[in-house]
Design a protein around this ligand. Structure first.
Ligand SMILES: [Mg+2]
Length: 269
């Protein structure tokens, strides 16, 4: 089962209204998809993220010529090589080759990896709360209302992109709307120092529907995370900006941060 063809699909969507979080506004969304086809006609799709022209050139100049004619089942060997050139591309190719192996065995990827552990998992609606418009709070409330009406009972809202009092006014409006019937997580995207993060706690103590506060401070400040975990009355989450698995392991098992939750893991909800 050899790789016969690779097609790329660089997709770019310009947002009609830019939106964002504490890291700034996003003016577009992009996605790089590709389809690997084998000589037996089985297709596998991969996806990765980076600047689209870089990915497109990397695929057509180097990765596709390398892939053509290779055995689709040699996933580890192929990915190990491509990882040296571009780690993001390598993970997308791993995704596509895994799908091909699963399809050729007549299985889903889930069953290939050992089968499901649960029949359902909890999910939440996540919002990029800020826009450049004056009435961004009303816009935010409208989007949250739509999500609740469509059935979500957990939401995540951004903070840290405005002054504390402005963010607080926003979250108080959100809470009035939720009436404690919907659970709420807040994500500061590493924008506070520990003292500012702690200012939220007087409100957290009054709000029984709080799920967690996510990345209140920069992820490299483990000692400050330890203090926050001790001082805040709700869970502290983080992890998506830790660069390596080793880092995640260290922070997750940091003995002085009990109850530190990681945002990649669905089990923490
Ligand atoms: Mg986050």
């Amino acid at each position: 089962m050899k790789i016969k063809n690779v097609e790329t699909f660089p997709l770019l969507y310009k947002l009609p209204v830019p939106y964002g979080d504490a890291n700034g506004y996003k003016k577009y969304r992009s996605c790089f998809l590709f389809k690997i086809t084998t000589d037996s006609g089985i297709e596998g799709w991969g996806e990765c993220a980076d600047w689209l022209p870089t990915l497109e050139k990397g695929f057509h100049d180097r990765i596709i010529p390398y892939l053509l004619g290779k055995k689709a089942t040699d996933r580890i060997q192929i990915v190990t090589t491509i990882k040296k050139w571009n780690k993001r591309s390598a993970s997308g190719i791993s995704m596509a080759l895994t799908e091909i192996v699963a399809k050729s065995a007549g299985l889903s990827v889930c069953d290939l990896w050992g089968g499901k552990l649960r029949d359902s998992i909890p999910v939440y609606a996540s919002f990029q709360s800020y826009t450049e418009k004056e009435d961004w709070i009303n816009h935010s409330l409208k989007l949250i209302d739509q999500a609740i009406c469509s059935g979500f009972n957990k939401i995540k809202v951004k903070i840290g992109g405005k002054r504390l009092q402005v963010d607080l006014a926003h979250i108080q409006s959100v809470q009035s709307m939720l009436e404690e019937k919907v659970q709420l997580a807040l994500d500061a995207n590493q924008s506070y120092d520990a003292a500012t993060a702690r200012e939220w706690d007087r409100y957290f103590r009054k709000w029984p529907n709080m799920l967690w506060i996510e990345e209140p401070i920069p992820m490299d400040r483990l000692e400050d995370y330890r203090l926050l975990r001790t001082n805040l009355s709700i869970r502290v989450a983080g992890g998506e900006n830790l660069k390596s698995t080793a880092n995640r392991w260290i922070s997750r098992n940091h003995s002085s941060i009990p109850g530190f939750w990681h945002t990649e893991l669905p089990s923490y909800i």
